[in-house]
Design a protein around this ligand. Structure first.
Ligand code: ATP
Length: 293
């Protein structure tokens, strides 16, 4: 049977700068997105209407109904192209859920790619990106992968060159953190303080272009970290443990609760992951590299 397969990577944010809350309730962002080698896989086959099955280590608890981002992506693409939504979707989830790794966005992007091929739609990259942006602010980057600067709500993207492969450890936490709850906590922590416009700055793009892990480690920055740690104080122990074990830098990934640590090279990443797992300060420690395609 005809089947289209799309493999889509998780992302981390080596820089996440969050501006003031806008009148519409969202925050302007300036961020560096970096795709890493941890993938969900979306399969699309002909179907009568839409159906979705989920498998893999992180499928448990994810809704397989119309609220699933993969199903929403299939409907959005069909509406855009004016075709009926007829597809049998299966998503294999290796990316932890509500972990700050944009797994749902990855599934949406994979579904857009797979359905566009299955339905033989002749869509430009710009058209696909516009459908992606209607689904969520991380979805356009999930389509693009690699490394990019994101502005606006994260949907305006510019590719950033990276001079060398970077080796990371993802310290996955037990349980989830809700992205809206973390932003709400950030607003509480900031109270009425005047907040500057968000900016990626120059240090991270320069460090990435140079392929200099030490400089990338120094430039890691996440404005959501304090809010995530205040909602989940145990993350402070996770971050401290990574630093004690010799990580070049460590931050909460996106809105958390995953913490991400940069290693000198692949062997150092393997040692760091072993140490993190043994410390008991995370549920699982995964070695990945980026930028992933
Ligand atoms: P982000 O960093 O973009 O906020 P995240 O990694 O923190 O994302 P996701 O894994 O995308 O979070 O999941 C957020 C919520 O979306 C979950 O609570 C989940 O129930 C819901 N969801 C809908 N569709 C999916 C999907 N295909 N995979 C994972 N979660 C999904």
């Amino acid at each position: 049977m005809l089947q289209v397969i799309a493999r889509v990577p998780a992302k981390i944010n080596p820089v996440l700068s969050v501006g003031p809350k806008r009148p519409d309730g969202f925050h302007d962002l300036a961020t560096v997105f970096h795709a890493v080698s941890l993938y969900d896989e979306v399969r699309a086959a002909p179907g009568d209407g839409v159906s979705l099955t989920l498998s893999g280590p992180y499928a448990v608890g994810v809704p397989a109904d119309d609220s699933n981002l993969a199903v929403r992506a299939a409907h959005a693409l069909a509406a855009h192209a004016d075709v009926p939504t007829q597809v049998t979707l299966s998503v294999h989830k290796e990316i932890p859920v509500a972990a700050g790794l944009a797994g749902g966005s990855a599934d949406a992007a994979g579904t857009l790619r797979a359905c566009a091929r299955l339905w033989q739609l002749e869509l430009s990259d710009a058209e696909l990106a516009a459908v992606a942006a209607s689904l969520g602010s991380d979805v356009p980057f999930a389509l693009m992968a690699g490394t990019a600067e994101g502005t606006g709500r994260g949907e305006r993207l510019r590719a950033i060159p990276v001079g060398a492969r970077l080796h990371w450890v993802l310290a996955v936490a037990d349980g989830e953190l809700s992205t809206p709850a973390v932003y709400a906590r950030l607003d509480e922590l900031r109270q009425d303080r005047c907040v500057a416009s968000p900016s990626v700055g120059d240090d991270m793009p320069a460090a990435l272009a140079a392929g200099d892990p030490q400089a990338v480690g120094r430039a890691l920055r996440n404005d959501l970290q304090e809010a995530a740690v205040s909602l989940r104080p145990a993350l402070a122990d996770t971050l401290r443990t990574g630093a004690d074990l010799g990580a070049l830098g460590g931050i909460v990934s996106g809105s958390g609760p995953t913490c991400v640590f940069l290693a000198r090279d692949g062997a150092h990443a393997a040692d760091l992951a072993t140490g993190m797992a043994a410390s008991g300060t995370c549920a699982e420690a995964l070695v990945v590299h980026g930028p992933a395609a």
